[in-house]
Design a protein around this ligand. Structure first.
Ligand code: HEC
Length: 140
């Protein structure tokens, strides 16, 4: 009988510990510690820095692709919507960042004679874009 109570107590302690650590993990996820990518907080600054010098309605706006709002980005340009929600590998937005885009040049385009060239994206920035698309490309 005594042994039963000891195992019961252990089981309770174990369950409580597991529940607590599970909750902690969930909280971390919500904090945006690189896990949930936010369009507003993570993607907008990235597009602004690397893409808006050209892809904004009041700027150069090549291929009629404006990246200055969620709706404009999702609508896309000449080649249609550049984002396939949940599928970064099928999204033109990602393909255009790679070494061999399906057409045209690699983004962000380098303007040869212009001193004000936008920076290339870092691996982390590309991964963040991919992650955002894989998480459903939400307006979050
Ligand atoms: C210096 C100007 C410039 C910058 C900066 C730039 N682009 Fe572009 N982009 C272009 C030009 C020019 C084209 C049209 C020719 C081509 O497709 O290569 C284009 C085309 C595209 C297209 C194809 C649109 C379509 O429907 O045909 C995508 C997608 C794209 N850019 C994404 C991006 C992203 C994402 C960024 C930022 C990481 C970016 N571009 C930054 C100049 C730029």
């Amino acid at each position: 009988m005594r042994q039963f109570w000891i195992s019961a107590a252990l089981a309770i302690v174990l369950t409580v510990t597991l529940m607590a650590s599970g909750q902690e993990r969930q909280e971390k996820k919500g904090e945006g510690g690189g896990v949930t990518v936010s369009f507003k907080d993570d993607i907008t600054p990235l597009l602004k820095k690397h893409c808006l010098p050209c892809h904004a309605e009041e700027n150069f706006n090549p291929s009629e692709l404006s990246l200055d709002s969620y709706d404009n980005l999702m609508a896309g340009g000449k080649h249609g919507p550049p984002v396939v929600q949940g599928k970064a590998s099928e999204s033109l937005l990602i393909e255009k960042l790679g070494e061999e885009p399906p057409f045209g040049d690699r983004m962000p385009l380098i303007r040869k004679k212009n001193a004000g060239n936008p920076d290339k994206l870092t691996t982390e920035e590309i991964e963040m874009l991919q992650e955002w698309i894989n998480q459903g490309a939400k307006d979050n």
